[in-house]
Design a protein around this ligand. Structure first.
Ligand SMILES: [Zn+2]
Length: 294
């Protein structure tokens, strides 16, 4: 351990460099800490990077515990941990912390990495499948099914959103939440009817969106209803349960209505990547002969 924890040499001498792990990190495109990565999987490489890095840390960890890891392997792991924001104890992140020793700080950082990134890699893989191969998720016989009304609404959605919603519902179920899908597709005519409510028709206003102004009209949005422990619907959107549900939904690349500036909409989730409402209206015009209901 001689010198490993001692003071750093001097300010003028360049550090020993980021080490082989950092080079591996750069090669794998790891230039951002996990928290700054895009919530969307941009391409296939992202999926395999996170899994490849996870394997690298995991394999090194196992070999180090067995006492057979080479110093350079451990340096590689330390570089990757350092690059991805896993602090090696209180020591300086760059240079001095990469010492090739599988010490307590390195072990703790590797443990934390594996705890977080295994989950992250799994979520990335699911998100990738939801966007690119949604039927792998929708049709998988081993995945749980939900109540009939929820299944019917799920079936109305664009397959990508259907797959994301299914993963979201599974995650909520696993977290002990009682959730169902209360709204999914609304035709533009239905949307106009809903808009008229509280305006030209009796009732209270429930939406600010006319036909064609909501992602619901394009099968890209759904609403979640949550029930409390007594089976009673939670009608207050500010209830923390809706925020907990959103934390899970956003992992799969869904946007949450609770983050909207125009109207706080706690039950609402949508997937709008690359698709603005004007684009969608142009792509899916309302059929001729429609009778406006406003
Ligand atoms: Zn909605």
């Amino acid at each position: 351990m001689q010198g490993l924890l001692g003071p750093t040499k001097s300010d003028e001498a360049p550090g020993p460099g980021p080490g082989p792990g950092a080079a591996a990190g750069a090669r794998l495109g790891l230039d951002l800490p996990p928290s700054l990565k895009s919530p969307h999987v941009e391409d296939e490489a992202d999926r395999f990077d996170s899994q490849g890095n996870y394997q690298l840390v995991h394999n090194t960890w196992v070999r180090a515990m067995q006492g057979v890891a080479a110093r350079s392997e451990i340096e590689g792991m330390q570089g990757l941990l350092s690059d991805t924001g896993y602090r090696l104890g209180e020591r300086d992140l760059r240079g001095t912390s990469i010492n090739g020793q599988f010490d307590d700080a390195t072990k703790a950082a590797a443990d934390a990495y594996m705890r977080n990134e295994e989950d992250e890699a799994g979520v990335n893989a699911l998100r990738f499948s939801a966007v690119n191969f949604p039927h792998e998720i929708i049709d998988a016989p081993e995945r749980p099914r939900f109540d009939a009304a929820t299944e019917e609404k799920l079936g109305q959605l664009d397959p990508r959103v259907h797959a994301m919603a299914r993963l979201h519902l599974e995650a909520m179920k696993q977290a002990g939440m009682d959730a169902k899908v209360s709204q999914a597709y609304r035709s533009q005519e239905d949307q106009d009817d809903t808009y008229a409510q509280g305006r030209s028709k009796p009732g209270i206003k429930v939406t600010n969106a006319k036909g064609g102004e909501s992602y619901h009209n394009f099968k890209l949005a759904y609403d979640v209803a949550l029930r409390d422990k007594n089976g009673k619907y939670i009608t207050n959107g500010s209830d923390p349960a809706y925020r907990d549900a959103a934390r899970l939904g956003q992992r799969y690349g869904l946007e949450w209505g609770g983050n909207f500036h125009s109207k706080f909409d706690a039950p609402h989730y949508q997937y709008s990547k690359d698709m603005s409402l004007p684009d969608l209206r142009q792509q899916y015009p309302v059929p001729h002969g429609r009778q406006g209901s406003r």
